[in-house]
Design a protein around this ligand. Structure first.
Ligand SMILES: NC(=O)c1ccc[n+]([C@@H]2O[C@H](COP(=O)([O-])OP(=O)(O)OC[C@H]3O[C@@H](n4cnc5c(N)ncnc54)[C@H](O)[C@@H]3O)[C@@H](O)[C@H]2O)c1
Length: 246
């Protein structure tokens, strides 16, 4: 990403699931802007390595399914970074599941991984967001728009991210906080690339309006723009980065 947003320098951003994939690319892009990042992730190895590699990054391990432990990790991290003014609700997992085999416990677990923490992480940092007249970006997915199969708990959670974004924009807007969703198509993170067969890649290429792979950095560029003051009148919206599939 080559754009520079000087207003991001010195700002404090919390990126959930920031140790890998799109979250990691976002942290690297924010570090390049001179922002400080508090990264929460369940993967301590990758999180610690990122903190050692990128300037201004503070890592705290947290399983976002555990709300109390997550809020404690945020408070602890803020001791090092100062209050969070920018938030990227990014962590999620698209584990496949057959419709007939979903149990109530599995359903709750998938919603805890893909939706519940968006609410409680935002609630925990809302005072800092307001004080800093900050911004929130919530990661959704085109999978629900396409009615993807073997993913019903994930697509349910991801469609809810859009409703959450619309209401949150109204909740926080009067305090000057902007809230948007970013909806990626199929993005070639390390994990997705490992699962990509030649056939799946060919099918994806056929459905895109643009040729080429969507990279984590392409999504990070949209996120960073929306966090910056250049997007000062954008809120309550959903911005799709999918090379023109949906
Ligand atoms: N990659 C894609 O093609 C794609 C497409 C659409 C939407 N998305 C969305 O973008 C976001 C990022 O996805 P990604 O592809 O970069 O994923 P990824 O698997 O590459 O990275 C996700 C990160 O979240 C962390 N994480 C997962 N569960 C966690 C938990 N319970 N507690 C704490 N950390 C946890 C992982 O350890 C990992 O570091 C997700 O919300 C995902 O649903 C991704």
């Amino acid at each position: 990403m080559s754009a520079l947003y000087p207003d991001l320098a010195g700002r404090v951003a919390l990126v959930t699931g920031g140790a890998d994939g799109i979250g990691r690319a976002t942290v690297m892009a924010l570090a390049r802007q001179g922002a400080r990042c508090l990264v929460l992730d369940i993967d301590a190895g990758k999180g610690e390595r990122l903190a050692a590699e990128a300037p201004g990054v503070v890592f705290r391990r947290a399983d976002l399914r555990d709300v109390a432990a997550t809020v404690a990790a945020i408070r602890d991290g803020e001791q090092a970074t100062g209050p969070v003014a920018l938030l990227v609700n990014n962590a999620g997992h698209d584990e496949r599941h057959a419709f007939t085999e979903v149990t109530p416990d599995y359903w709750d677990d998938r919603l805890a991984v893909n939706l519940r923490h968006f609410m409680f992480v935002t609630q925990a940092v809302a005072p800092g967001l307001r004080a800093g007249r900050g911004a929130v970006v919530n990661l959704a997915s085109t999978s629900w728009m396409q009615g993807a199969v073997n993913l019903i708990a994930y697509t349910t959670a991801k469609s809810a991210v859009i409703g959450f974004t619309r209401s949150l924009a109204r909740e926080l807007g009067p305090g000057g906080v902007r809230v948007n969703a970013v909806t990626p198509g199929w993005v070639m993170t390390e994990r997705q690339r490992a699962a990509a067969t030649a056939e799946r890649l060919a099918r994806a290429a056929e459905r895109q309006a643009l040729p080429g792979e969507i990279l984590p950095e392409d999504v990070a560029a949209m996120i960073v723009f929306l966090l910056s003051g250049e997007a000062r009148m954008c809120t309550g919206q959903n911005f799709i980065v999918d090379a023109g599939v949906v």
